[in-house]
Design a protein around this ligand. Structure first.
Ligand code: NI
Length: 253
């Protein structure tokens, strides 16, 4: 069930049985010569949407522009400043909390977002900690590729050239989600270089076609289907556990 495809009475009815929601969160940034600019948003969105449909869990709109300053050397990439993202996430959290949501599961598709999402959580919790009041909601973030068993599945399908950015797995997931947008591109070199980076100019110089360590020409929609099907089950399990648990009761025991 998608929040943005539901009516408000339907959301009201959902809240009567569950106080949890999944928010896919990603990025709009280059993903190499054959990867879509929306890859990091499309991946968590398709996994969460399928999980939500199968398990009757509400899935909110995708927070689809994140921390991608280092990709701005490539056309189409967009970024938020960390301070902007922290402020925006707090407004999303407060809006949902106002309606009675008590567990918000940020399902992340972009490694560059992790520290800023944690900072946004600290900013939100600080409102309560400084006031000496208990926070009424629980926040969680989880990266899709770190769900139990997902990385092992990706490495099994792509033992060579999975890489770190514009990976064969994430491009496969987008090919499964959007088969009409599959691009056939020869990679040169076949496997991209690896290493660190600082700003956008530095990134472009070190990684001229945008990839890091990967050969995403191996990507297939069939591999994407296998990864999504595996990740979906893991997400359902984790979301059910998070939405069902009572932190206050556990802390009191
Ligand atoms: Ni990515």
């Amino acid at each position: 069930m998608l929040l943005h495809h539901a009516t408000w009475p339907e959301v009201d009815a959902y809240l009567a049985r569950c106080k949890g929601i999944i928010i896919p969160i990603g990025s709009t940034e280059q993903h190499g010569p054959n990867g879509l600019v929306g890859t990091d948003s499309i991946c968590p969105e398709v996994i969460a949407t399928e999980a939500g449909t199968e398990a009757g869990i509400l899935v909110g709109p995708t927070f689809n522009v994140g921390i991608a300053q280092h990709h701005l050397g490539f056309a189409g990439s967009m970024t938020l400043r960390p301070s902007t993202m922290i402020a925006a996430l707090n407004d999303w959290i407060e809006s949902l909390a106002r309606h009675g949501f008590e567990q918000i599961f940020f399902f992340n598709g972009h490694g560059g977002n992790i520290t800023t999402i944690n900072a946004a959580f600290a900013e939100y919790y600080a409102n309560y900690s400084l006031a000496g009041e208990p926070c009424p909601i629980q926040l969680m973030q989880r990266n899709w590729w770190e769900l139990n068993g997902v990385m092992a599945t990706c490495k099994k399908i792509f033992p060579v050239g999975e890489g770190m950015h514009a990976t064969a797995s994430e491009v496969s997931v987008t090919q499964y989600a959007l088969p009409q947008a599959i691009k056939k591109v020869e990679m040169s070199p076949k496997i991209a270089p690896v290493g660190g980076f600082a700003d956008a100019a530095d990134y472009r110089e070190r990684f001229p076609d945008g990839r890091i360590g990967s050969d995403p020409a191996q990507a297939t929609p069939e591999a994407g289907a296998e990864i999504v099907s595996f990740a979906k089950q893991a997400l359902i399990g984790e979301a059910r556990e998070f939405f069902g648990m009572d932190l206050k009761t556990e802390a009191a025991e």
